[in-house]
Design a protein. Structure first.
Length: 146
């Protein structure tokens, strides 16, 4: 059985350096989605919050931790719950592959999509493309945020 932590705000953590704790407003916004996501889990799997509400003696002893994204805060929460941790890449690898630059490097994105590293490159591109519409996104984002 897997005990899931649905840290759907992982990109917010990856965008920051240092320790991360989800803001209360983010947790409240994500809460309704956790119950909806429950239907996507295997029948024997549990969500971490529901599993923690059980008396310790009622919890399955073969439970292992699982998470949406193995960020440092997610792994720490699973560890504090006493669950074996899933295999996980370093946070540097997570940041790299979650960054929009990685996706664009694989050929993803709309035609002409570009990731700008500095203001000068952006200004040159804006000048070259004139009045064409632009759509900007943050390096890390989810659910249309940013």
């Amino acid at each position: 059985m897997r005990v899931w932590l649905l840290n759907l705000d992982a990109e917010m953590e990856l965008a920051r350096s240092g320790p991360y704790q989800a803001p209360l407003r983010v947790l409240q916004a994500l809460a309704p989605w956790a119950e909806r996501a429950r239907s996507l889990l295997a029948p024997q799997d549990e969500l971490l919050e529901a599993w923690l509400e059980q008396a310790p003696e009622a919890r399955q002893t073969d439970a292992v931790g699982a998470c949406w994204s193995p960020t440092p805060s997610a792994l720490a929460r699973l560890s504090r719950a006493g669950l074996p941790l899933p295999p996980a890449p370093s946070v540097e690898v997570l940041r790299s592959v979650s960054h929009r630059r990685f996706y664009l490097g694989l050929g993803g994105g709309a035609p002409g999509a570009t990731f700008f590293e500095d203001a000068d490159a952006l200004e040159r591109a804006l000048a070259a493309r004139g009045n064409e519409p632009w759509f900007f996104k943050r390096p890390y984002g989810f659910a249309g945020r940013g």
